[in-house]
Design a protein around this ligand. Sequence first.
Ligand SMILES: [Zn+2]
Length: 323
Amino acid sequence: MTAQGLPRSAAGGALRRAACVILALLGAVLGRHGPSRPFMLASVSAAPAPPAFDSSRAWEHLRQLVAIGPRPSGSPGIEQARKYISTKLAAAGVAPLEQQWVADTPAGRVPMVNLVAAIPGARRDRIVFAGHYDTKRFPFRFVGASDGGSSAAFLIELARVLKARRGPLTIELLFLDGEEAVNEVWAGTDNTYGSRHYVDEARKNGSLASLKALVLVDMIGDRNLTIRRDLNSTPWLTDIIWNAARRLKLDSAFLPDSTQVEDDHIPFLKAGVPAVDLIDLDYPPWHTAQDTLDAVSARSLQTVGDVVLAALPQLEARLTARQ
Ligand SMILES: [Zn+2]
């Protein structure tokens, strides 16, 4: 951007904002005094705008989940978290289905449950927004504010926002169990139990073909949010997200540099589903007792919410253009 470009575009933005305010005021005045309807319809879209992502709501979900305490797979804590998530989704009109199974883990057989909530669109083809809601088991008290809490809280609020919007594609909110390794170290098949199970089931029940893209969020609560492009993720899908961040001038959180992450998106990628992982692993409290409310912020959840919602129309356009 040139030195002259900045003030010019800033002035343009101010003028547009002023024009909007004047139109809104005119609309409000005329709206109270009679023959204003044609004017209102001409100046304001007839359909109400979908609600914006509200990080104060997401923050309250995060606070409630953390207050439950540790939430590892198969524990009373995760059962309580599941009830919380299901209740909030049902209240938003997006009651989830439970996908239950028993996983073979190094600690024996562990019952696990994914929660799947669908918001129908014009087509059955779907975009899945996913994140894990389990926390890693540790001998110390680990409450996973960012790691497990932030993704679940984010998706509950995203469900509320997207429910009010009828899109061209079906939207699915997927709360994954068993992302964390049961053992201390992440190795082999001792991780991503929920995403592997979901993809296996989708393959078996024939719903894999209608799964057009996955947007995975994980550890997005970091107060100092820095999300890097993941080299395992699908490049065009990553570009759509990062372009949205640039448009919103949120590229201080969505950095241009790259990293390589193994996470719940890998089983989807292996199945041929385009996928992107939005994750902030540059988080000193990661897998420590310090991953608490003090280390995370509502502002970070807002940033990711704004970017994901700004990217969604581009994602839908890309997926419907390819049909
Ligand atoms: Zn973790």
